[in-house]
Ligand binder design. Sequence first.
Ligand code: PGA
Length: 240
Amino acid sequence: METRIFENAEEIAVAAAELYKELINSKPDAVLGLATGATPVPTYQNLIKMYENGEISFKDITTFNLDEYCDLDKNDKNSYYTFMHENLFSKVDIDESKVNFLDGNAPDCDAESKRYAEAIKAAGGIDLQLLGIGTNGHIAFNEPADEFTDEAFKVTLTQSTIDSNQKYFGDVPMPRYAMTMGIGSIMRSKKILLIATGEAKADAVKALHSGEVTPRIPCSILNQHDDVIIMLDKAAAKLL
Ligand code: PGA
């Protein structure tokens, strides 16, 4: 793992977007693993600027998102499908047929997991997987557990995740389940970029850097991947 510490979230967004620009310009049909949440939004804004300036094109890019809520319509304002379209896809020249999401309403979760795994494989694997981190150390929706997961699966969200995300749903109770890429699917990405900003992430970031690998701290598995870049602002890095 290579950890880089920045002054603030804006500086991270510039550096992260540069990493994407290098990849996209050297491999215009790259496969990107994308993440939702507040953390990646400034990076997506920089990617949109780069696209508008003619510096990058998403025309031949394929994307796989990490996760999607269950029991929510794909077009619901809080779905991750909507989030990605509002924050990136509708603003760049991506080919919608190359945009991939897990179906949170799939009647057969095992079949959906297999479908996603096969689609990732058929695309040639994920070149660069973007990750945020939960205050409980989750990556995607891999919550603290007794064992590391492999391919995508249906997860029961923990109270910590519900406490962090309920704000987006206002008075409507947020979903209790999600379909998420598993730890194995994330770890098979060729390169991983994890971004963490703000003091609330400092404990999880410290645990990630302790070197101990345990499914109780799902992000800790990243210690076993040989190409991980971690971008932190000073607040997230304050316990290192
Ligand atoms: P956040 O979520 O970017 O909204 O903090 C990150 C995560 O839960 O992975």
